[in-house]
Ligand binder design. Sequence first.
Ligand SMILES: [Zn+2]
Length: 346
Amino acid sequence: MDLPLLRQLCEASGPPGAEDRVRALVRERLAAVADRVDDLAMGCIDGVRAPDGEAAGRLMLAAHMDEIGLMVTHVDDRGFVKFIPLGGWDARTLVGQRVLVHGRRDLVGIVGSTPVHLLDEAARSKAPKMEDLTIDLGLPGEQAQELVRAGDVASRVRDLAEVGDLVSGKALDDRVGVYVMLEGLRAAGPSPMEVHATATAQEEVGLRGARTAAHRIAPDIAVAIDTCPADDGPGTPSSGPSTRLGEGAAIRVMDASAIGHRGLVDLLIALAEERDIPHQLHVSNKGGTDTASLQLSGRGAIAGCISIPTRYVHTSVEACHPDDIDAAVALTAALIEQAHRLLAPA
Ligand SMILES: [Zn+2]
């Protein structure tokens, strides 16, 4: 695994609708593995690789660049910043964090809470809500109001760290998917299909960028690459269909947003078996990915999802296993080379 690349991707800022920083990084990397890179209207970028020979349809890969973030609603007279969430936050995980507020310049902020000494028994047992939280910029009110205004966004600050056998940090959802897409395209041999590697925008607020990108690309086969919640962390079910860290790339059969195309699921399983790629199945009635937008775009596409099992999704300590990341890269490369099998006449 290319840890420096994953680190660069994860540590870059990219709240929904403000993906410019991570996009600049991804563009540079895409340009190195694609024949051309197209900028799409909503902020997605599409790395296009020409087919080997006459085109046998279009394959679209999609991984989202955006991460959950915050949008400023108000800066009060004391300089405290109020905000609304961009994407699915658990307020408990934001308390005690450092954030970067993208105002007239970048400002480090802290999300504090009332000290435990000052809380009575009842208040101590209550979980905080997003609307109760505040960013403290450590600046006088007037200066904070000059530098930050409503509509500015903020992102989390967290290094990617090696923790035992795992890597952990913020925005592995879905920079690990972007990494897998980039490395998969780099590793893949020729494909008879025109391949589109699309880094999408605004996934966390409703799979928005992917919808317009798929409409433009009109793929025959479309595969999202995203994290899936692993079931092997504390507090998660220990039985039933589950994914575990270190047990391979996850082939997503179903979630709350989409049912994977049967033939595509079978092809991914077959490719993993043919190439000895460790793999597992993700079956759930919760969560969703860009797959839903890809599948329903235009006249519809044969769609599915390759996932990377992840603990603590949507916190600042999301964790993945490098072996699973490598397996997902290998499976993505295999798919690029072989997806056309799905289109061959029976
Ligand atoms: Zn995601």
